[in-house]
Write a protein that binds this ligand. Structure first.
Ligand code: YCP
Ligand code: CO
Length: 288
């Protein structure tokens, strides 16, 4: 399913605030934080196969059981109502409340690690609803940078390479829905308007100026300082640059690869190639 804006729900800010206050007591999972450079990626399971709050690691749930609200989901009446109103529950596998700030997410594909899960049970379609966001939160898909606004429902093509930035200390809080790839009675979003949008609307895209040559040259000089010790900091600079300037297709991974090739430390290039494989191709090997 291609990434596209579907529709907007009017968020009830008072009821949302009550749920978010309640969520402060959750013990969030920090699974998948290795995708971030900056803070942790915190998630709390709202709805899951077997109703298990679990560890947040999607390969560790009982895929042979029906999905229901978890104990955490049960504590958030407004979030429960949103989930029930929005999604076709018969195909809904997981809903997570996901929180992070001050970070970038390494360009990656999702669902690669689910290859061991039976196909009819495997999550294959994703939906985002931002609950709390701000102007310095960005997504990118291929070379398109865009924003989702609070209350918007988006199909999200997690099988394409995507990156995320939250360039502020204010938390960004999303509901993330995963659906099994089964045919069902209607669309995954209940009551989805027939004339729902196509792709990422122009009004959500962020026009970035072309990356100036001098800035590109300056970035490439980071090869002079790149080592294993500062790999993640330099990758973060490269990813942040991608969100502010248009450096072309595959800018982040290509720039890191180029830096890795020309830096002094011979271990950086194989490390970069290993990460590229892990995040974009095949997650069966080492867990960075
Ligand atoms: C995302 N993908 O793209 C998530 C974040 C890692 C997996 C954590 O939002
Ligand atoms: Co992702």
């Amino acid at each position: 399913m291609r990434t596209r804006y579907v529709t907007t729900v009017e968020l009830d800010e008072d009821r949302l605030a009550k749920d978010l206050a309640q969520s402060a007591s959750f013990q969030y999972s920090e699974a998948y934080s290795n995708y971030l450079i900056g803070g942790p990626w915190k998630s709390a399971m709202m709805w899951a196969t077997g109703g298990d709050t679990g560890t947040g690691v999607l390969t560790n749930y009982a895929y042979d059981q029906r999905s229901t609200f978890t104990e955490y989901g049960g504590q958030l009446p407004y979030v429960q109502e949103l989930i029930t109103n929005v999604a076709d529950l018969s195909r809904l596998q997981f809903v997570r409340l996901a929180v992070f700030s001050d970070s970038v997410i390494i360009p990656h594909r999702d669902f690669l690690e689910l290859s061991g899960v039976p196909e009819e049970a495997r999550s294959a379609h994703r939906l985002h609803i931002p609950l709390v966001t701000h102007d310095n939160c960005f997504f990118s898909e291929d070379n398109v940078v865009y924003r989702m606004r609070a209350g918007e429902i988006w199909y999200f093509d997690a099988s394409r390479i995507h990156s995320v930035a939250s360039l502020s200390s204010a938390p960004r809080i999303h509901l993330i829905f995963d659906f099994a790839d089964r045919s069902g009675a209607g669309p995954l979003v209940r009551g989805e308007p027939a004339a729902a949008g196509d792709g990422i609307p122009a009004g959500r895209r962020v026009d970035r100026p072309p990356l100036p040559d001098a800035l590109r040259a300056g970035l490439l000089r980071l090869a002079d300082v790149l080592t294993m010790d500062n790999f993640r900091e330099i990758f973060s600079i490269v990813i942040k640059t991608h969100f502010r300037w248009d450096g072309g297709e595959d800018f982040a991974w290509d720039t890191m690869t180029e830096l890795a090739r020309s830096c002094e430390d011979p271990t950086v290039l194989p490390h970069t190639m290993e990460l590229l494989r892990y995040y974009t191709l095949d997650r069966s090997g080492s867990k960075e």
